[in-house]
Write a protein that binds this ligand. Sequence first.
Ligand code: GDD
Length: 327
Amino acid sequence: SLNTQRIDHIYESPQIKNPKFILHYGDLTDSMNITKIIQQCKPDEIYNLGAMSHVKVSFDTPEYTAQVNALGTLRILEAVKLLGLEKKTKIYQASTSELYGGMSENKNKGCYNESSEFYPRSPYGVAKLYGFWITKNYREAYNMFVCNGILFNHESSRRGETFVTRKITRAVAQIALGIKDKIYLGNLDAKRDWGHAKDYVRMMWMILQSEHADDWVIATGVGKTVRDFLVNAFLVLGIHIKFEGSGLDEKAYVTHCTKDEYKLEIGKEVLSIDPNYFRPSEVDTLIGDPTKAKEKLGWFPKYSFESLIKEMVISDVKLFKDHYRAV
Ligand code: GDD
């Protein structure tokens, strides 16, 4: 992918002398390519964040999802082993809370730690389950320093626009600025443990600096619904909403606005439900218990649910203001 705008400020062309940051063309479905890059770089650390990462899309592309998320992980592990780098190269594998499946009848009541049972509910989750176990297997079989970070949802203003948090913050900014009428969402009652990507990426690095290779849950421990996220996102701009109706007929309306800059008409409809955004098998509740990471690695998240949303909404308001100023 050539969409490098997020890294342009740190990217140095390979033409310059001793560049610190170099890009290679890579594809997790291509073993030769992965092996060649690892052979050229002989890395100290590999962070495998490569994935087909959209849970809903994985129902439409299950085979490709398995190729990238499951076998892609194997390709990296096997390349490191094949090249004799087992003692040099540490590997971080991006595992996920989707491994748990989050069904409400589950005995964990939606709250999970490193010992909880897995029950993935999507082709994405099933493929990631392979990634988790093959990583653990290479650690045990070949004594490699390879670790799973079981990360719960982590967000920021750079989040892809089709994930629910960013979809909401973009839409709220557009509605407040009069660019968009309303937002369409799926399951408002899905509960997630949303943290800030900055906190979680710091922890990925800490995992590879720890004394022993292990698997770690990274989460805030706080569960909120999609509905909570929407309410809080509007509140950042002083817009209060209320919900009416139920199921597919549920709507949200503006009740009052407290900021002069974002005065919407009282009673304006700002949300409808679209069944297209429901998943064939839903993951109701995912909340993580990061006790082990806190006690053993001293990791604590710096961002709260509210400060995360505030940062994302303000960033999207700026984005749309800048865009409309430019055109
Ligand atoms: N995307 C989306 N769009 N989700 C919606 C919508 C909508 O319009 N309406 C409701 N939701 C609900 C989904 O059904 C889901 O329960 C929840 O919002 C979160 O959806 P996503 O933001 O798409 O994330 P996810 O939880 O499925 O998966 C993300 O987090 C995982 C755990 O860290 C992804 O980043 C995965 O790659 C990651 O493993």
